[in-house]
Design a protein around this ligand. Structure first.
Ligand SMILES: Nc1nc2c(ncn2[C@@H]2O[C@H](COP(=O)(O)OP(=O)(O)OP(=O)(O)O)[C@@H](O)[C@H]2O)c(=O)[nH]1
Ligand SMILES: [Mg+2]
Length: 441
């Protein structure tokens, strides 16, 4: 395992009061000693004022450094955090001095990767750190923090524990096959497998809502040309992103934007108007709209206030979860069924936000986010694999069957959980998880 000293900027480059440079690895203190005047590694975990200088002794800045002797550090290795002044120059020069003193530039996520390899975090918690950094809505940050605190990890570890016990039970059944049905009946083992399977299914069922929370629910604006979709998109976003004109067919390509409705993360997608596509480019736009519709978590079906809802429009409500919105409500006294909204006066915007958030996230609102949930496709895929392996184990139990094969499948299920938690060193999995991290984390 690589533990050579690495260094990176932990804060974004640019104008700021302070910046943090991180240094970690075997020999980190020897590197630090060449850059920090009167460097002391002991006592650890104390902030000390010092000068930072180049290898030639030229002073770069004065700042604070903190030493975290391994294993009691973020990475589990010897680690130093140097806090200098921000801006373009000082942090870059401190970093350059550390590189000159022997520290390699860190790869994205390498600090956290080392934390996982050294058992400070499991992989699911490491992902939570990435999620916390990327969170844009408060609920996303809360969910990430809970995952970091280990709610999901504990649930997964408990499942893994049950699987290991199952392996032990099967071990007995294999070692003492001749005693009637063995000392442990096939029924008992089957019941236990089914119990664990049910728990896995329960967790897998949390995935759609939790993934939606992490990625933002996809809300797609749909409706006839010129009904005011792009205007509503802009109004809900609070920014003029999409073009608005009085000419039908203004929007052709779909436009996406992230925002939150009352703290709930959403991705808004404005699309071309449906059902009226005289030319080829218009028709391509409608195709794109259709694709968005099939992926939508919620369709905001826009129909002008006061106009009857057409059959073509009503048909959408049968395909996808839909919220009927009555646009241009400032122009009609009787909007008709649906939520009246005006992009001109701002009337009804908050009601649309609330209704959409409630409809899309009702399952999370009800749970008060307390239950651990699967937030990534990676989690879902691993657990589905585990459940399938368990299902394959069951037919091999009972008189005349081969419990060795059952044990093989249960081991497969355990391996899926190990990979999920990062308990085994699977380089490929680590690469995938940490590839999206920022440098310095
Ligand atoms: N009075 C009033 N006019 C609006 C409102 N919303 C949109 N409009 C007008 O309706 C026209 C069409 O608006 P858009 O937002 O471009 O409509 P669209 O549905 O995106 O149209 P396409 O992209 O062509 O499908 C523009 O002239 C807008 O100014 C509203 O709430 N009140
Ligand atoms: Mg438009």
């Amino acid at each position: 395992m690589l533990s050579d000293p690495i260094a990176a900027l932990a804060t974004p480059p640019g104008r700021s009061a302070l910046a943090v440079v991180r240094l970690s690895g075997t020999g980190a203190f020897d590197v630090a000693r060449q850059v920090i005047s009167r460097f002391r590694a002991e006592p650890g975990r104390q902030a000390r004022l010092a000068r930072f200088h180049t290898l030639d002794g030229e002073i770069i800045d004065q700042g604070i450094y903190t030493v975290y002797p391994g294993p009691h550090s973020y990475t589990g290795e010897d680690l130093v955090e140097l806090c200098c002044h921000g801006g373009l120059l000082a942090p870059a020069r401190v970093l350059a001095a550390l590189h000159a003193a022997g520290a390699r530039a860190a790869a994205p996520g390498e600090f956290t990767r080392r934390a996982v390899l050294n058992g400070k975090l499991d992989l699911v918690q490491a992902e939570a750190i990435g999620d916390l950094i990327d969170a844009t809505a408060p609920v996303q940050a809360r969910a990430a923090l809970r995952q970091l605190e280990g709610g999901l990890s504990r649930r997964l570890s408990a499942l893994r524990e049950s699987l290991v016990e199952l392996q032990a039970l099967l071990g007995y059944a294999i070692d003492f096959p001749e005693e009637d049905e063995g000392p442990i009946s096939a029924e008992r083992i089957t019941a236990e497998i089914e119990r664990v399977s049910a728990q896995i299914r329960h967790l897998v069922a949390t995935a759609p809502a939790a993934e939606r929370l992490r990625e933002g629910a996809l809300l797609v604006f749909a409706g006839r040309p010129n009904v005011g979709k792009s205007s509503l998109f802009n109004a809900l976003l609070g920014a003029d992103r999409a073009l608005v004109t009085e000419i039908p067919g203004t929007t052709r390509d779909a436009i996406e934007a992230h925002t939150d409705f009352l703290g709930w993360p959403v991705r808004l997608a404005d699309t071309a108007g449906l059902w009226n596509a005289p030319d080829r480019i218009d028709r391509m736009g409608v195709e794109v709209s259709r694709r968005y519709l099939t992926a939508a978590d919620l369709v905001l079906l826009c129909v002008e206030a006061g106009r009857p809802v057409g059959e073509d429009e009503a048909a959408i409500t049968l395909e996808r979860p839909t919220l009927l919105v009555r646009t241009k409500a400032d122009l009609a006294s009787r909007p008709g069924e649906g939520l009246p909204v005006s992009s001109v006066t701002g009337e009804g915007l908050d009601r649309v936000r609330r209704a959409a958030a409630e409809q899309v996230f009702s399952d999370r609102i009800g749970l008060h986010d307390l239950e651990p949930a699967l937030t990534r496709e990676r989690h879902r895929v691993a657990l589905i694999r585990a459940e399938e392996a368990l299902n394959e184990a069951i037919p091999h139990l009972g008189p005349g069957r081969d419990a060795v094969l059952a044990a093989h499948h249960v081991r497969e299920a355990t391996a899926a959980l190990d990979e999920l938690l990062g308990a085994v060193d699977v380089e490929e999995v680590l690469d995938r998880v940490f590839g999206s991290f920022c440098i310095g984390k």
